[in-house]
Design a protein. Structure first.
Length: 276
């Protein structure tokens, strides 16, 4: 009987030892906190430098605006008699989001022989992007007829003006590169306001509605890099051969810019933005 009891005692001790061993496993914990996905952003900014008959709409920081505490204004500067140097102008502005006050062209008294040009600078912040420009809602108003116009123009309808048939436009990538993304053109500087032979022409001739592929998969430029500035030159003229048929006529329209991400979007075309 003693031997049996002793054996049971030994079994009990072993069992206690086994329970104690399950509490001594090695362990560790690693935690990654605050995991976040944040969508990227594309922010388009536009600035403009306007020229008219050789004069430039430039910022003059020393001017005092009557009746206000603000100093500085955009005024015409240059040697041409028209537009009159020193008068206020509104076709130039610093980098900004476009609004209803930003008009690339706002002229009320153009004459045959007048010409001008705007250099539009495009800034895409944060991410590389494709850039599209669109001209829309062109309206060619007759706005009545003076006697000289009536003698040569038989169209009298509201939207039967002749400026869209008479004015000449040229829009190009003013980046100083052959075909937009080739070798540098000798003597050309990006954004120099001058069309250089070899720079990519986006459209020319009479003004018309349409979508312009500034940077997309169909151009040789590829997307506009967020670290670069894109330049578009827009030159216009009312030829000196124009006659009385354009007297009092007006041409209005909208100019808009769209940017679309280029990453994961290699086949994008500006024409994709048109209604289908």
């Amino acid at each position: 009987m003693k031997k049996i009891l002793l054996s049971l005692g030994i079994i009990a001790v072993v069992a206690v030892g086994a329970v104690g061993a399950t509490r001594s496993f090695f362990s560790d914990t690693e935690t990654s906190t605050g995991n976040t996905f944040t969508a990227g952003a594309i922010d388009l900014k536009i600035d403009s430098t306007q020229h008219y008959n050789g004069n430039v709409c430039a910022w003059d920081a020393g001017l005092t605006n009557p009746g206000t505490d603000k100093t500085g204004a955009w005024v015409w500067k240059g040697e041409s008699q028209y537009p009159v140097p020193g008068l206020y102008c509104d076709g130039s502005w610093a980098e900004t989001d476009l609004g209803i006050t930003n008009k690339f062209f706002n002229f009320g008294d153009i004459k045959p022989g007048d010409e001008g040009e705007n250099t539009i600078s495009i800034h895409v912040l944060n991410n590389d992007a494709y850039v599209c420009a669109a001209v829309s809602s062109l309206t060619d108003l007759e706005k009545g007829q003076t006697e000289p116009e009536a003698s040569v123009d038989s169209t009298t309808g509201t939207n039967e003006g002749e400026l869209s048939q008479t004015m000449l436009w040229k829009v190009w990538n003013d980046n100083g590169l052959v075909n937009g993304n080739g070798a540098p053109i000798q003597g050309a500087v990006a954004g120099d306001n001058i069309y250089q032979d070899g720079e990519k022409i986006l459209t020319e001739g009479n003004p018309k509605n349409g979508m312009l592929s500034v940077y997309d998969s169909t151009t040789e430029t590829g997307p506009l890099l967020a670290t670069n500035t894109g330049y578009i030159g827009v030159a216009w003229s009312l030829p000196s051969t124009s006659g009385n048929e354009t007297q009092t006529d007006s041409l209005t329209g909208d100019i808009s810019f769209n940017v679309v991400q280029s990453r994961n979007n290699s086949a994008f075309k500006c024409s994709d933005l048109l209604p289908h």
